[in-house]
Design a binder for this molecule. Structure first.
Ligand code: GAL
Length: 421
């Protein structure tokens, strides 16, 4: 695996923050290139397996072009987003990059960094292929700027079945109280840190899952649209419960990516991990079979969604090749090949369940009936600036446990970056 010169320079610039860059070739794309540089953070495990599935279809459907892997490793784009921001600032965009539907995508649109794809939607017959709500999340000012690849679910609790059985836990908890009782049982059975947890964005996910249980979906949505205050007693109670939840987690959490926490679960050192359903694909890719899943206790029939989508940046070197990539992403064949390996479900409504692992088949059924709420760390609920502020506040809380300080910081973040009244 070789690094392109430009990416290698950025790697140096980002120092230790920068993990791995996977490039399939050493040549950089240039004028008249056939290469399509696809920028993601899907560098390993189930994420890479999903990307490979899509690339397989691209190779067949877009044989005139060549896939160039611009992946920058690091869960949820923790490294990739910085590299991307820097490249966009220098007018050096990749041919396409992944962006989450919702507020995160709006950031790029508002900064005038993306081409309008409305004509391609008509040409490729995409306009009615996706659910209307999702299309609304990809549209600004009547124009549509990206092609969604999938729907992921964020609020899933993964478990190690053997560890649960040893502690005498035979049923999934459906309430927070029940969950705390199971965590206590695990501790009593000698599992010191039964809930595996990682750094920043993974902590945001755990906190959000807890907020959904404490507030319910309507008030949870209100946190992002401005109708639910971050101040007040209900939020204080939720933060106190979150503080209690942290006492069941590994102390080195702030140094862990989601895959490090996942390893604790696979090794039987932890019983649970709250993580999006890319974990299903990753556990499968790693050959770990002894896992169970349930919706986070107390979330009921809520599906916390996020969607990866691909864009055509202004100034892309190979716009025609990128359009072929985007057409593949939006096609039924592309969505089946990608999602069967990625843990997510197709964004298109016309892809059947055949060939999908059991987890995704269940998720496809849930998606049809569940109440939908968005995710801030995965861009559907909040802009990157807001996410950054929440992330720093929670990172501080992870070490000082100061409930009042966290609540004040969350309220200030909402006032600064949330919708203006
Ligand atoms: C999310 C992304 C998923 C998955 C995850 C972990 O933000 O939407 O596709 O890659 O990060 O890296």
């Amino acid at each position: 695996m070789r690094l392109s010169r430009r990416v290698a320079a950025l790697a140096v610039a980002f120092g230790t923050m920068f993990a791995t860059v996977a490039c399939s070739g050493s040549e950089e794309p240039g004028e008249g290139t056939k290469k399509v540089e696809v920028f993601t953070w899907w560098a390993d495990g189930g994420e890479k397996a999903g990307l490979d599935g899509l690339v397989g279809v691209f190779k067949t459907d877009c044989a005139d072009y060549e896939f160039l892997n611009g992946a920058v490793a690091g869960g949820a784009g923790s490294n990739a987003k910085q590299v991307l921001a820097s490249r966009l600032q220098q007018n050096d965009p990749p041919d396409t990059f992944q962006a989450h539907a919702g507020a995160e995508l709006s950031d790029y649109i508002n900064d005038d960094q993306l081409e309008d794809l409305s004509a391609q939607y008509t040409e490729w017959g995409l306009t009615n292929a996706f659910p209307k709500g999702l299309i609304d999340n990809l549209t600004v000012g009547g124009k549509i700027y990206s092609v969604p690849a999938n729907i992921h679910r964020a609020n899933v609790l993964w478990s190690n079945k053997t560890v649960l059985a040893k502690a005498g836990i035979t049923k999934d908890a459906t309430t927070l109280d029940g969950f705390f009782a199971d965590l206590d049982k695990l501790k009593a059975a000698g599992v010191a840190a039964p809930l595996a947890l990682g750094k920043d964005w993974t902590q945001q996910m755990l906190f959000e899952a807890l907020l959904i249980s404490k507030l319910g979906p309507e008030k949870f949505n209100g946190l992002w649209n401005g109708s639910t205050p971050w101040t007040g007693a209900e939020m204080t109670a939720a933060i106190n419960d979150y503080k209690r939840l942290l006492t069941y987690t590994n102390k080195d959490r702030d140094t862990f990516d989601w895959t490090d926490a996942e390893k604790l679960l696979m090794d039987g050192k932890a019983a649970y991990q709250l993580m999006g359903d890319w974990e299903a694909a990753d556990l499968d890719a790693k050959g770990f079979k002894d896992y169970g899943w349930s919706v986070f206790p107390g979330n009921g029939n809520v599906f916390q969604w996020l969607a990866d989508s691909f864009v055509l940046p202004k100034g892309a070197k190979n716009a025609d090749g990128t359009k072929c990539w985007l057409k593949t992403v939006g096609s039924a064949t592309g969505q089946a090949a990608f999602n069967q390996k990625k843990g997510s479900i197709p964004a298109r409504t016309d892809v059947g369940t055949d060939g999908f692992p059991a987890y995704q088949q269940a998720a496809m059924a849930d998606w049809k009936t569940a109440t939908q709420v968005p995710s801030c760390p995965h861009g559907s609920a909040c802009a990157q600036t807001w996410q950054g502020a929440v992330g720093s506040a929670q990172g501080k809380f992870s070490s000082d446990g100061d409930v009042a300080a966290l609540q004040t910081a969350l309220a200030s973040a909402a006032a600064e970056f949330g919708p203006k009244k």
